[in-house]
Design a binder for this molecule. Sequence first.
Ligand code: URP
Ligand code: ZN
Ligand code: ZN
Length: 466
Amino acid sequence: MRTLITNGTVVNADGSTQADVLIDGETIVAVGRGLAGTDLAAGVGRTVDAGGKYVIPGAIDVHTHMELPFGGTFAKDTFETGTRAAAFGGTTTIIDFAVQSRGKSLREGLDAWMAKAEGNATTDYGFHMIMSDVNDATLAEMDTLVGEGVTDFKLFTAYPGVFFSDDGAIFRALQQTAKNGGLIMMHAENGLAIDVVAADYVAQGKTDPYYHGVVRYPIFEGEATNRVIRLAEAAGAPVYIVHLSAREALSEVRAARDRGAMAFAETCPQYLFLSLDDLGNGFNGAKFVCSPPLRPKDHWDELWAGLRRDDLQVVSTDHCPFDFETQKQLGQGDFRKVPNGLPGVEDRVDLLHDGGVATGRLTKERWVEVVSAAPARMFGLAGRKGVVAAGADADLVVYDPQRKRTISAESHHMNVDYSCYEGRVVTGGSDIVLSRGRVVVENDEWHGEKGWGRFLKRRTAREYLT
Ligand code: URP
Ligand code: ZN
Ligand code: ZN
């Protein structure tokens, strides 16, 4: 089946142009002006008029947690519901985190996550691997996984007793990726220091969710960010800081990049649009408990500047949804027991358009870059995803920059009972979303299919990370 998208403004990270886009099967075969009248367009089955709209590459969310077992419960979105919700919001690829359980192999963890996704995901997906144990066996397995397209490994200086790794373990993993071309992704907060402060607050009876945001000092994020970047420099490996939230961490990334270190970072919409204030309001604040926590509003402008200046390369979501009415209640009486994580996979593209492009903070090209092109480049999907160009997968969004939507749990598609952005009106929305040439969303209706999504065997991206 051939499809022609005409009259739109094709927006890529490196520029925008008025052009038609011709799709044959699952692939873009031509991008150019006036394709409609040419031989190339012979046999077109459907023509979509994108006049007044953008045609952008399907967005890529490189940080999601579908079905993550965490905090005594499971993140509620499955690969089916989560990828479907993502697609409604213009995201056509996710890279989720498979988890190695302590004492088990990386392979067992990866197999378990493959089984969750295969036959269920509605759009394409890849995996990073969370490493819980670093030892000779798991280090050797890293090389194998890199060869199988699972090229990144997340370690944590946070969550002692759960995912925490000490500096020696982190350094060994960095040394291994220096050799095998993979990438270490770091959750950088000083979890040991945080636990000391958190215990003090609980002992004083300060148990509300608000204190989750107080005890995880920004300086603890800055310290851990500096430490893991320095370890990466010593190992000669690139490092990618996940979900960066605080100016103290951003300044460490900026300083590292200025001295030529291979340091990269993402932030998330919650750190650009939500704040410590949201953690107030009694137990309602549990809806906003995630780690690193939401920061005071005066961090926002610096994160936006970081995105403009490329100190931050990517915006992902860290989508990790827990129902408020049941799962978040586990933290009644002790903020340390609130499952950490927020929903967001559906709203990232529109929030970044609304708060970035519509306000003039980001150009539309930079918007496409941080939600789609840079994630593709940095996670081994360049040429295939994240670009509107001949030869790329036809993951495309016909995006209406004028469309208005009120975000609400009543209308969202994520499998969770609240929205962090309830009532917020955003400008910009996805009219038509295609996954490998197939229309999966059109005018707010679902046309996709469980199991349509394929596992993405990714290349290493060292050429973009050095
Ligand atoms: O609060 C969060 N971020 N939950 C998900 C797990 C993680 O640390 O990414
Ligand atoms: Zn994390
Ligand atoms: Zn995460």
